[in-house]
Design a binder for this molecule. Structure first.
Ligand SMILES: Cc1ncc(COP(=O)(O)O)c(C=O)c1O
Length: 460
């Protein structure tokens, strides 16, 4: 049955029915909403959003690590409107337009070293997909056609298109869609919370070299890593990790791709996450907060060295998509970066991250709080059954703790954050970069009683 236009104009209560009947939400268990309301977000202002019943929530996840400048910035909409009245759309296939040119130049001026060439996409998955293709094509052109494999980390999320999914190290997300693009291999990540105390701190970095040697350096094209790994709960690198990885990549002529889809645009207090950890990748992938997600946009920022074989004579990178670098997205990205610069958002994160972290650390007296980790405005709490032994939860316990209680209860009390069990169970916080003491207190006022109650439920 197709819907008639009359049924599409919904009243507020009708929205629930229509959502349940017609909308296919992403990564969502629809069964969970059979007897419960779909959370329908209708308005946003600063760090807050409101649902269709008028309830206010602190958006402690920046709408999935996206709305870094905060909600309701009408100047981003004004920039979009101005762009539409000037030039609605033109493609970057053989043509250019001022918006994409100016944005690419501005990004190059912010990026480290010789990362000067910007290839736009529409999403993070497309950016990662593009980086995989670029790495393969680069090695083909430079005399190493067998270099096709890419190494990523366990539990890391790099997107859903089949190449990006082969980079994703979460087996539950991959299984139904196999066979994936061949060539994706995973190594351990840097989550040291459960490591033996005497393990070499650079063990995880060295695992990358072991994998390259095992697969043979002649077959490995790229290593793809987030500066601070999101999935698994905001996993920071060890000191010296990226120096070691950079050395390994150089030794074996393997491209280092920094997947900055979350870590760029101030999330860690810098334009790019690699700047926080002092390494220079060959390629960066970005998306999400490049426009603070007011419109979709992604991209790949490439070093001159890697771009060079594609720039001369009759050469071309045979890859692209119609909408990438859209004038409206470019205009919104420029306006978003204006906000960042005018309000000094990167600096604000660096000044306030200690206070944010101290608030989370203060929750360690609750027995269910195991590890607290992260950087900038991007932190996680790993939940445990026993703080001493660091014993975690079984799959069933995780399910009832996270989905049966925590997610719903945090939301009910007005805090949007992420209760995630793609690795060990964690609660993740990634608030808009405008947040300050008032919002940190609000987060604590919700987290503390909810975590206490979660612990009491476990005790029963
Ligand atoms: C590190 C990383 N890479 C890639 C992606 C995929 O981005 P998108 O959802 O825009 O396709 C994500 C999404 O969260 C991500 O976190």
């Amino acid at each position: 049955m197709a819907t008639t236009s009359a049924t599409v104009t919904a009243t507020e209560s009708g929205l629930q029915e229509l959502a349940k009947r017609h909308l296919w939400m992403h990564f969502t268990r629809h069964g969970a909403y059979r007897d419960a309301d779909v959370p329908i977000i209708v308005r946003g202002e600063g760090p807050y959003v409101w649902d269709e019943k008028g309830n206010r929530y602190l958006d402690g996840l920046s709408a999935l690590f996206c709305v870094n400048a905060g909600h309701g910035r009408t100047e981003l909409g004004d920039a979009a409107a101005r762009q539409v009245s000037e030039l609605d759309f033109y493609t970057l296939w053989s043509y250019a337009h001022p918006g994409a040119i100016e944005l690419a130049s501005r990004i190059a001026s912010l990026a480290p070293a010789d990362l000067n060439r910007v290839f736009f996409t529409n999403s993070g998955s497309e950016a990662v997909e593009s980086a995989i293709k670029l790495a393969r094509a680069y090695h083909q052109r430079t005399g190493n056609p067998r270099k096709t494999k890419f190494i990523t980390r366990e539990v890391a999320y790099h997107g859903t298109t089949l190449g990006a999914l082969a980079a994703t190290g979460i087996s539950a997300l991959r299984q139904e869609f196999e066979p994936l693009v061949p060539g994706g291999y995973q190594v351990p990540n840097t989550n040291s919370y459960h490591w033996p105390a005497d393990r070499d701190p650079l063990w995880a970095a060295d695992q990358i070299e072991e994998k390259i040697l095992y697969e043979h350096p002649d077959t490995v094209a790229a290593v793809i890593l987030e500066p601070l790994q999101n999935a698994g709960g905001c996993i920071p690198p060890q000191d010296g990790y990226f120096d070691r990885v950079r050395e390994i990549c150089d030794r074996h002529n393997v491209l280092l791709v920094s997947d900055e889809v979350i870590c760029a645009w101030g999330r860690l207090g810098h334009w790019f996450g690699c700047q926080r950890y002092g390494f220079v990748p060959d390629v960066m992938t970005v998306a999400k907060a490049i426009t603070s997600a007011y419109v979709p946009m992604g991209g790949m920022i490439v070093s001159d060295r890697i771009a060079e074989p594609f720039m001369g004579g009759k050469e071309m990178f045979a890859h692209g998509s119609t909408f990438a670098g859209h004038p409206v997205a470019s205009a919104v990205a420029m306006a978003n970066l204006d906000v960042f610069e005018r309000e000094d958002l990167n600096d604000h994160v660096l000044r306030k991250e200690g206070e944010f972290r101290a608030m989370l650390d203060s929750l360690r007296d609750i027995p269910i709080v195991g590890d607290v980790r992260g950087a900038g405005f991007f932190h996680a709490i790993e939940l445990v059954k026993d703080q001493e032994t660091k014993e975690g939860f079984s799959d069933e316990e995780s399910e009832s703790l996270l989905r049966g209680f925590l997610s719903g209860e945090l939301f009910r009390r007005g805090l949007i954050c992420r209760a995630d069990d793609r690795g060990d169970p964690v609660i993740q916080l990634s608030p808009p970069l405008i947040c300050d003491t008032e919002q940190f207190e609000e987060i604590e006022n919700v987290l503390r009683p909810v975590l206490m109650e979660a612990w009491e439920r476990l005790e029963k």
